[in-house]
Design a protein around this ligand. Structure first.
Ligand code: NCD
Ligand code: ZN
Length: 351
């Protein structure tokens, strides 16, 4: 019997990143090119300090990002607003009239990096949500409760039960993306919900589980929020969802660069940096699951469909050419340690 030929090359439509942290200033300028060389578009998170709360702030931020791109780049940053207790209906109307603003992000106050201005109680934002439902603007959700008495590994599941399910019932026409899902609970919720509810999945949640972060010593560069969960049933459920061909699940790296010293600290901050090799990391995850044929839908098609945008037509090529992820990248005046630093990846994006 003939051996199955080994796949050496994959071609797919240029992917998009539906959840990305770019930061600002010199820090942003150090990393934006890495995403721009891989992705056609990216949804840019608004959790700056101070947060991006108005259309004007979003457009100023977009200008800053665009001016950092190489002249030849076609990368399109899609901007978001940060939902606060004080977001008005008018803020939402302004967003819906602006071609560069695509979504509004809900951070429960205190849930993660720069979430101090987040929502303290959901009824405070009902008027804004009502308007978003009307204008068909997606609500992007950081799905974790923040109460001290809820275990950090349960925060996503408790959020779904106590906040998200009632919210989606109250606003049956609201488009919702549950961001960076980490649990089987989220996979099940999204799978069973209506078509206007989707989810992004990161490469690091597909490739790692809490053992990677905690066995043999605490590895701060694996620490992100929502925190990595168990392999069974959670990581396995994420892999199954991402590779299933269900268009509710699509690519969002949540690449979140932090200074090396702020992660390697007695109180290290949350965030995994994966923009250096985003599509290669996903290709590795899909190959491990024997589902490389499902990569293009997840990475290049379903997110655009969910947002009602045209799919990218340009083609990229990944080749099976093992390479070593560098130990660090320069990041403003310091360094950022990339996901899987000094480890070997199988796929390489060819330009
Ligand atoms: C993100 C960051 O650093 O901005 N951190 C993270 O762990 N994912 C914020 C977020 O998306 O939670
Ligand atoms: Zn994020």
């Amino acid at each position: 019997m003939l051996a199955k030929p080994l796949i050496k090359q994959i071609k797919l439509a240029r992917p998009d990143d539906w959840h990305l942290h770019l930061r600002q200033g010199k820090a942003m300028r150090s990393v934006v090119g890495m995403t721009a060389r891989q992705m056609g578009r990216a949804i840019i998170m608004p959790n700056l300090s101070p947060p991006v709360k108005t259309v004007k702030q979003a457009l100023d931020y977009r200008k800053e990002v665009v001016s950092a791109l190489p002249k030849s780049s076609n990368f399109n940053p899609l901007m978001t607003l940060y939902l606060t207790d004080n977001t008005t209906k008018q803020d939402i109307i302004n967003a819906s009239n602006e071609e560069h603003v695509y979504a509004v992000k809900l951070y429960p106050a205190g849930a993660t990096t720069n979430s101090e201005s987040g929502v303290t109680s959901l009824p405070n934002v009902y008027p804004a949500l009502e308007q978003m439902q009307k204008e068909s603007i997606p609500l992007l959700v950081h799905g974790e409760v923040t109460h001290d008495d809820i275990d950090i590994f349960d925060r996503e599941a408790v959020f779904i039960e106590t906040i998200l399910e009632p919210l989606t019932n109250k606003f049956p026409g609201l488009r919702v993306v549950l961001e960076h899902i980490t649990t089987k609970d989220s996979v099940d919720f999204v799978t069973q919900s209506r078509d206007t509810i989707g989810a992004t999945i990161t490469a690091h949640h597909l490739l790692a589980n809490r053992n990677h972060m905690l066995v043999g010593g605490i590895k701060p560069h694996y620490y992100c929020l929502p925190v990595l969960k168990r392999k069974v049933p959670h990581q396995d459920a994420l892999i199954a969802a991402a590779t299933s061909g269900n268009p509710k699940f699509f690519l969002g790296t949540d690449s979140a660069p932090h200074y090396q010293n702020e992660k390697e600290s007695a109180c290290g901050c949350a965030g995994v940096f994966s923009a250096h090799a985003a599509i290669e990391l996903y290709a590795d995850a899909f190959e491990k699951a024997n589902k490389l044929d499902m990569l293009e839908g997840f990475a290049s098609n379903y997110g655009a469909d969910f947002y009602g945008l045209k799919r990218n037509t340009e083609i990229i090529t990944l080749e099976k050419r093992p390479w070593m992820v560098p130990k660090s990248y320069s990041f403003s005046d310091s360094k950022v340690i990339p996901f899987l630093a000094e480890e070997q990846l199988s796929w390489r994006l060819m330009l």
